[in-house]
Design a binder for this molecule. Structure first.
Ligand SMILES: [Zn+2]
Length: 240
């Protein structure tokens, strides 16, 4: 039992639980691959599984009409997909798409409901995480309205860097434009500017973060605000 209590899930929400609750959650999960660009759940579709990423990234995307879309949430190993279930809602309020390949611990929705009902610690964790996600969404709304594309791109790159588990990641220009809700030419200009400052290397969708500190200076304050909210609310840092 003592060695078991130290087993890490690789997901910060699960790992922050007391050992008994953590083991119960991990026993109810199966490990699964996250493959780009799998759609884990459509908008207003019934949530079949919750996902706790260990590596890889899940984007929450809101589509307004046609191709007009915006990323409204980014989930890595600091979070989970399936929040509405913790509120008693069975459908997703956004489309959940795998944006970075990796692995996740997955739990069937009905089982998650049972595990949640038996664990006040998990309930508390979920309530806190719902608040974090709401705050992140509010931050993104203000950011999208008031901050320039270059600063928003830097913010997004840092958020991805935190969750990607390395300095390299792949994302096409079209997908970046999609995430930020801007035209491709806007992404090109912003990425070129960040590259000219020696902060990133960007070629054919391959991104390398060269200067994380410089990228933090280039990003709007929304990046740090999100991290502060996470740490203040959850009681631990989200990690890099
Ligand atoms: Zn911003």
């Amino acid at each position: 039992m003592s060695s078991n209590s130290r087993v890490s899930a690789g997901n910060r929400l699960i790992d922050s639980l007391p050992s008994g609750d953590r083991r119960r959650v991990m026993r109810a999960c199966e490990r699964t691959s996250l493959a780009v660009p799998a759609v884990l759940c459509g908008l207003h579709e019934r949530i079949r599984h919750v996902y706790f990423p260990v590596s890889g990234l899940i984007s929450l995307i809101m589509t307004i009409h046609g191709p007009a879309s915006l990323e409204v949430g980014l989930i890595g190993n600091e979070g989970m997909f399936g929040m509405p279930l913790a509120l008693g809602i069975e459908v997703s309020g956004a489309r959940a798409v795998v944006q970075g390949a990796g692995t996740a611990l997955r739990m069937e929705a009905a089982l998650f409901g049972r595990v949640l009902s038996l664990s006040p610690a998990l309930q508390r964790e979920m309530h806190r995480y719902v608040f974090v996600a709401m705050s992140q969404l509010a931050q993104t709304v203000a950011c999208t309205r008031f901050h320039v594309v270059e600063a928003r791109l830097a913010r997004w790159l840092l958020m991805t860097h935190d969750r990607a588990g390395g300095d390299h990641f792949h994302i096409t220009q079209a997908w970046l434009a999609y995430m930020l809700g801007v035209r491709r030419v806007g992404v090109t200009t912003a990425a070129s500017a960040l590259q000219a400052r020696g902060l990133i290397q960007y070629r054919r969708g391959d991104i390398e973060v060269l200067d994380r500190r410089g990228l933090m200076s280039a990003a709007c304050r929304c990046y740090q605000a999100d991290r502060d909210t996470y740490e203040r609310t959850m009681g631990y840092a989200q990690g890099e």
